[in-house]
Design a protein around this ligand. Structure first.
Ligand code: SF4
Length: 246
């Protein structure tokens, strides 16, 4: 399958809304080859995507932003993923070690300015990683946050200047968990301890009965996103054409 010459992402975007997640993944791998990679923090949705990808292509690329503040359970899951799927996870780090960050910005930056902390430990490393890619694949779902509600299966990511592929964007949490159980997909043990969404140790807590699934992220702050999936639409057609290989 090929995107039309001078392909405008809007065209394939409309078509792709009717595609299955597997077809979206196939399209992405065929279109972008080694310059597309899955980005994951290994939540339940990410695990579904990794499992699906492994059934489409054995040597798919997978990277993660390792803030160096992750839970032991998350690091353990990374080991299990590498063993089960026979891949090597590309780990991307902040330019600042935790020690340098503390020296430069003071102790426990996440308690005072979590936006800055996320920018240093997540957004900047992601921006650096995405510069080497033409497309990235994520496991965001529209009903996770308001910022994700208008996401498409395939879209132009103006914030980072490449194609963004979201194969399970219209899935529900129920579908995610059904897939995990039906396909015996490994998942983070913290999900069994009331952590529906898992990030850094400093900014994630278990949710209480009746709370929103992302209530455990950045408790005490109005923040719901680390800044990786905020959508910016405007971008020049030249930048699009360059990444689409037109
Ligand atoms: S989630 Fe918290 S600790 Fe992790 S990078 Fe963001 S503010 Fe820092």
């Amino acid at each position: 399958m090929s995107i039309q010459p001078l392909g405008q992402i809007e065209e394939v975007q409309k078509e792709a809304e009717a595609w299955s997640p597997q077809r979206v993944l196939t399209w992405a791998f065929e279109k972008f080859g080694g310059s597309v990679a899955i980005s994951s923090a290994f939540g339940a949705e990410g695990m579904v995507l990794i499992d699906m990808a492994s059934r489409v292509r054995k040597d798919f690329r997978l990277f993660t932003i390792d803030t160096e503040y992750l839970f032991p359970e998350t690091y353990n899951l990374m080991d299990r993923i590498e063993e089960k799927y026979g891949i090597s996870i590309e780990k991307v780090y902040s330019l600042l070690s935790p020690e340098t960050q503390e020296f430069t910005h003071g102790a426990e930056l996440w308690t005072r300015d979590p936006d800055l902390c996320c920018r240093l430990r997540k957004v900047e490393p992601l921006r650096r990683k995405l510069q080497e890619l033409s497309a990235w694949i994520t496991s965001i779902r529209r009903d996770q946050t308001s910022a994700r509600s208008s996401a498409h299966r395939i879209e132009w990511d103006a914030k980072f200047g490449l194609v963004k592929v979201n194969p399970i964007v219209d899935w529900t949490s129920k579908q995610v968990w059904r897939y995990i159980h039906e396909h015996d997909v490994p998942y983070n043990e913290l999900h069994n301890q009331d952590f529906p969404s898992i990030g850094c140790t400093h900014c994630t807590r278990a949710v209480k009965p009746g709370e929103d699934s992302r209530a455990g992220r950045w408790p005490g702050f109005a923040k719901t996103e680390c800044g990786l999936h905020i959508i910016e639409r405007a971008q020049t057609s030249d930048a699009k054409a360059a990444k689409l290989g037109n």
